[in-house]
Design a protein around this ligand. Structure first.
Ligand SMILES: NC(=O)c1ccc[n+]([C@@H]2O[C@H](COP(=O)([O-])OP(=O)(O)OC[C@H]3O[C@@H](n4cnc5c(N)ncnc54)[C@H](O)[C@@H]3O)[C@@H](O)[C@H]2O)c1
Length: 392
């Protein structure tokens, strides 16, 4: 018999909001999850009005407090099975903590929190409750990210010497915050965004992509947080030079003032035996470069085991649901893959079965905390004119 679909409760995501939209499409992707409830806005009246005009019927709540409290009283099967937090950064910690305490798994947008102290508390709470927790680092959900991770960690490129991991945008090159762009207004406000705009918003994605693909950690950082647009309190350009846990080095960099760049997230890994290149704006391709051999660009869907070069490939990687080659996968598929993997852990948790939540399928709460520790170390380094700052 088919399983009942999981019920998802949205926190944030009312009219004009951005990231809720790809998420809610990804939730419905497989037919095994659906949105059933929401607290869409901080103003209770607007929250209820927006729930009424949501494109399909959902139960609206005046606040996330009310949603968590009321839903937690319902029996399993009728209540929400997990919350999706898509509010500005300063409204991640409180709803996440309340959901954990109510026994409701959490799918939370990045960056995890605005302070390291809050992240530490969430890590402890998740460990105590043994509850699934995903931090929404979207790009881990691309099949090609999974493939890149396998290639680098299989040793094909040898020992990793150098990584350039970047996320370059241009949408904050002028004062979008004065032009009614709500996504810009809160991102440049330290109270809502945290200690860094560009680093917290997209530098954390570049860091996570490095950590996921290479399996290495950044252990020490020299950083420059710069503000090119006059009058801003936070950085709109973020550059870090990093020491890696294997002795290698890396650039983790981000910009929001590079006119012409849209969502130019990418990674280049240089090992002792070869290199790998991946870019999210071309998410179907992974390029592998080995000395004395032709450059190889693999396309998702055309990758197969034992093609004369690759050898065996992990069963789990090959079993990931995809569509036939030539029908492109992209952003929404990446979100769907994260929700699909998270769903498995939520079902296991509800059945009292073991679940991994080990960071191999999606970023977990420790990964989210690492992003905040990275930003804190980068801010400290930048304040000391780029001195080395260690962090764990
Ligand atoms: N994973 C990604 O690729 C990605 C991309 C963009 C944004 N994000 C993250 O997603 C989050 C939201 O970003 P966005 O660009 O969608 O922002 P947004 O401004 O478009 O939407 C934020 C929504 O939260 C609502 N909100 C604010 N406070 C609330 C409260 N107390 N209760 C209920 N709703 C509340 C707002 O009304 C709005 O609907 C941020 O943390 C951001 O960093 C992640």
């Amino acid at each position: 018999m088919a399983q009942r679909p999981l019920n998802v409760g949205l926190i944030g995501g009312g009219a004009g909001a951005f990231i809720v939209q790809p998420h809610q499409r990804a939730i419905f992707f497989d037919g095994t999850r659906r949105v059933t409830a929401a607290a869409l806005h901080p103003n209770p009246e607007i929250a209820m009005k927006e729930a009424e005009i949501w494109p399909y019927p959902i139960t609206g709540y005046t606040s996330y407090d009310e949603m968590i409290e009321q839903e937690a009283k319902k029996p399993l099967g009728e209540r929400i099975d997990y919350v999706l937090i898509v509010t500005p950064n300063h409204v991640h910690f409180d709803p996440a903590m309340k959901a954990i305490k109510a026994g409701i798994p959490v799918f939370c947008e990045k960056p995890l929190t605005v302070t390291l102290d809050e992240s530490d508390k969430l890590v402890q709470a998740v460990a105590a409750a043994k509850i699934p927790f995903c931090v929404s680092h979207t790009y881990l959900g691309h099949w090609t990210s999974r493939f890149a991770r396998f290639i680098v960690q299989s040793g094909l490129l040898g020992e990793v010497r150098w990584v350039d991991s970047y996320y370059i945008q241009g949408w904050l090159a002028d004062r979008a915050e004065d032009q009614g762009v709500m996504q810009a207004e809160w991102r440049v406000d330290p109270k809502q965004a945290g200690a860094s705009c560009c680093g917290g918003d997209i530098g954390t994605h570049a860091l996570m992509q490095l950590r996921y693909v290479t399996g290495l950690d950044v252990v020490s950082v020299q950083a420059h947080l710069e503000t090119f647009v006059e009058g801003r309190q936070l950085d709109d350009h973020f550059t870090t030079y990093c020491k890696l846990s294997n002795g290698g080095k890396a650039l983790v960099r981000a910009s929001q003032i590079s006119i012409g760049h849209k969502n130019d997230l990418g990674i280049e890994v240089n090992g002792t035996k070869g290199s790998l290149l991946w870019r999210q704006e071309f998410p179907e391709e992974v390029t592998i470069l080995l000395p004395g051999q032709p450059d190889r660009t693999y396309f998702r869907g055309s990758v197969g085991p034992n093609d004369g070069f690759l050898g065996d490939l992990p069963e789990q990687l090959m079993a990931e649901p995809t569509i036939p080659p030539g029908h492109p996968e992209a952003f929404h598929d990446a979100f769907a893959r994260l929700h699909r993997c998270f769903e498995q852990d939520v079902r296991a948790y509800q059945d009292g079965k073991p679940f991994d939540c080990d960071g191999s399928q999606y970023a977990n709460v420790e990964d989210g905390r690492m992003g905040i520790a990275f930003v804190a170390a980068a801010v400290a380094s930048s304040e000391q004119s780029g001195a080395w700052v260690d962090f764990k």
